[in-house]
Design a protein around this ligand. Structure first.
Ligand code: HEM
Length: 166
């Protein structure tokens, strides 16, 4: 099955039709998408500020990570689920926009940033756990994260203006 025929199949599913035609489905899911984003972004900025050595300098890095990670992972999961549901409303139109594809690529990059952090400086956290000055790798991960989230959110907002006319 090609991608085009998959998108066409998805478009014709009863779920996609309901998402598209119901008065409430899309606004409710989009509101959850945005509210979860505010929760996620707030905690992501806190974590990135600690990684930069700007905020919560006297708190152990491992403690900050331990407290924020459940919120970050929970928020991220809800954003992915609600994002996929929104996409189902009009898969062909959303996929036709460049900005949607760019947003997806940036989401993958944000995930890679976390994986690279965990595999490098994150593995040696014990060495700088209480240090207010964090290693360069931690600062780099924080800057990459902040930049990517700003662009991901901007891209998400932009989708509405890039859609083909109905
Ligand atoms: C996980 C991080 C994500 C963030 C931070 C994010 C952010 C946003 C933002 C800010 C909006 C604009 C909301 C509005 O204008 O009311 C949006 C809309 C949207 N997002 Fe996401 N999103 C994420 C994940 C996803 C995923 C994984 C998908 C799909 C696979 C997705 C699909 C959509 C769609 C289809 C819209 C609706 C565009 C519209 O109708 O205007 N999002 N997102």
């Amino acid at each position: 099955m090609s991608l085009a025929s998959f998108l066409q199949w998805l478009y014709n599913t009863p779920f996609s039709i309901t998402m598209r035609e119901s008065l409430w489905a899309e606004p409710i899911v989009e509101t959850i998408h945005v509210l979860t984003l505010t929760l996620f972004l707030g905690f992501a900025v806190l974590l990135d500020m600690r990684l930069l050595g700007v905020a919560m300098k006297r708190r152990r890095m491992s403690e900050v990570l331990g407290q924020l990670n459940p919120w970050l992972f929970g928020g991220f999961a809800v954003m992915i689920v609600t994002g996929v549901l929104l996409f189902c409303a009009d898969p062909i139109a959303f996929y036709s926009t460049t900005v949607f594809k760019v947003k997806m690529i940036m989401l993958v990059l944000a995930g890679l940033n976390v994986l690279i952090f965990n595999a490098t400086v994150g593995r040696k956290i014990a060495e700088w756990d209480l240090s207010p000055t964090t290693p360069g790798g931690a600062k780099l991960a924080a800057v990459v994260s902040l930049v990517l989230w700003v662009f991901i959110i901007s891209a998400g907002r932009w989708i509405a203006y890039a859609l083909p006319p109905p």
